[in-house]
Design a protein. Structure first.
Length: 191
């Protein structure tokens, strides 16, 4: 208990002083709790609530939970922009491309946009789509309206090529005369 309390302190003040006197015995510092990288796993849901995370799922991996909390501040700062929608879905491992009405050919209805989900080697599960729509609706600009969701599959492979080149000439010998025949004829002529 603190010796700094005045003699006329109430019981409540004495109880608070006694409880707060053990604060140095707490094994985790406040700085660690407020950092998504060092926060204990069992405290992550409360940290997500404190950072106003838009979407939370207990089934996510620990890494995905920490990444979602880490990007929450940036998402909140840019809420209402395409960048915030992109960051929020990117933290869930979903890559997107947004095409607003004025970038469409021909131009779309004013204040609408299309959302392209990029499935890179891993397909987009249909059960993820309601969650994507929910996140987009909460983070997008209020004046913008989601017109369509399209899935774009991206497949990567390495190109391997091989080649063979051959350089040379083809010589065809006709009326072949053997060396022995020539030597025999020269011997007959000389002889």
């Amino acid at each position: 208990m603190s010796d700094l309390l005045p003699p006329n302190a109430t019981e409540l003040e004495r109880a608070i002083a006694e409880a707060a006197g053990d604060i140095q015995n707490v094994p985790i510092t406040i700085r660690e709790i407020w950092d998504p990288a060092t926060c204990p796993t069992n405290v992550l849901p409360w940290l997500a609530w404190a950072f106003s995370v838009e979407d939370w799922n207990e089934d996510w991996s620990e890494l995905q939970k920490r990444e979602t909390i880490r990007t929450a501040i940036v998402v909140q700062q840019h809420k209402g922009t395409i960048g915030a929608v992109r960051d929020a879905l990117d933290s869930l491992g979903i890559k997107i491309r947004v095409q607003e009405w004025f970038n469409q050919n021909p131009s779309g209805a004013p204040y609408t946009f299309k959302l392209w989900l990029e499935a890179d080697q891993i397909p987009i599960q249909p059960e993820k789509l309601p969650r994507v729509i929910n996140i987009v609706e909460r983070i997008k600009s209020l004046r913008s309206h989601l017109e369509e969701i399209l899935v774009q599959a991206i497949t990567e492979s390495r190109l391997k090529t091989g080649s063979v080149s051959n350089l040379g000439q083809q010589i065809t010998v006709t009326n072949h005369v053997s060396r022995e025949l020539i030597i025999n004829e020269l011997a007959v002529i000389a002889g």
